[in-house]
Design a protein around this ligand. Structure first.
Ligand code: ZN
Length: 299
């Protein structure tokens, strides 16, 4: 049995996946906020609860916001700031008396979709979460490509390729730079682009609905979004040449992206033909917790 834990900022979700791959059970609890010791106890309690209910013990994988620094072994880059600088891996392994694997939540998303989701069977998969932010993860032969700095796939903080006009230097990003891909492809970025075009503030979802209903300004904002996504993903294809790119997060529900973006990215890709597929995530919000469980795919 494989146990996956998705350690979020507001909730902690746990899943047990049987050896044959089907889901045995799932639990969800509120995440203690701002308190490291309570977070540790909550995760350990959730694992014990799952094992008690399943009547079996399992391997444990944990998806975290941020990553574990290869240099220090401590959590870094987490927006659950009370985890940063903590030896979560060591502390949790001691509490639960076994080795535990950790991965960034976007990497878990990519692993879930590459294992038994929308990219199942593909050798090279790039997973992108486009929602409040823009996370990314790379999976090759069903293994997460963590990288030397544990930032593999963090393409959202590259500059938007071939930026022009209002794109350069581009909007400020929380990372300290300007014009990052995230400042164009996140949900708030699409909302800002639409608002700048002279209309009221609206969510990405509302903009997509309006575009579908024939609103010209919304359609134009979405067209700009698609063209920017095409440029940003073309740079990934030139570097990584993935078989499949999987989109997750709120904006992955915009149906027209899957038809339009691949028609636009060819102009920026160094190949006469492009067979890379752009697909929507199959497991939706469950991909994080499922991918965490699959961190122990090799037994
Ligand atoms: Zn940035």
């Amino acid at each position: 049995m494989r146990i996956g834990i998705d350690l979020g900022g507001t909730k902690i979700e746990g899943i047990a996946i049987a050896d044959e791959g089907h889901e045995r059970l799932r639990r969800r609890i509120a995440a203690p906020r701002g308190d490291y010791a309570s977070t540790l106890a909550a995760v350990a309690g959730l694992v014990r609860d799952i094992e008690h209910a399943a009547g079996a013990t399992g391997t444990i994988g944990v998806g975290i916001p941020g990553t574990i620094s290869p240099a220090t072994g401590f959590i870094k880059n987490s927006n659950s700031t009370w985890l940063n600088g903590r030896a979560l891996s060591e502390d949790l392994s001691r509490l639960l008396d076994r080795p535990i694997r950790f991965a960034n939540d976007a990497n878990c998303f990519a692993l879930s979709e590459a294992t038994d989701g929308a990219a199942a069977g593909a050798d090279v998969v790039f997973g992108v979460i486009v929602g409040t932010g823009t996370g990314g993860g790379v999976v090759v032969h069903r293994r997460v490509l963590v990288g030397a700095n544990a930032i593999g796939g963090e393409w959202g903080h590259n500059p938007l390729p071939a930026a022009r006009g209002v794109e350069s230097p581009g909007p400020p990003c929380y990372c300290g730079r300007s014009g990052c891909i995230e400042t164009f492809l996140s949900g708030p970025a699409l909302a800002r682009d639409y608002a700048d075009a002279g209309r009221a503030q609206m969510t990405a979802r509302e903009i997509a609905d309006r575009a579908a209903a024939g609103d010209a300004l919304a359609d134009a904002a979405l067209a700009r979004y698609e063209e920017r996504m095409a440029r940003a993903l073309a740079s990934v294809i030139n570097l990584l040449d993935p078989d499949v790119i999987v989109l997750g997060g709120g904006l992955s529900n915009i149906e027209r992206l899957y038809e339009r973006v691949p028609k636009l990215w060819g102009a920026h890709i160094f190949s006469d033909r492009v067979v890379t597929r752009l697909v929507r995530a199959m497991h939706g919000d469950s991909s994080g917790v499922r991918g965490a469980a699959w961190l122990w795919d090799d037994g």
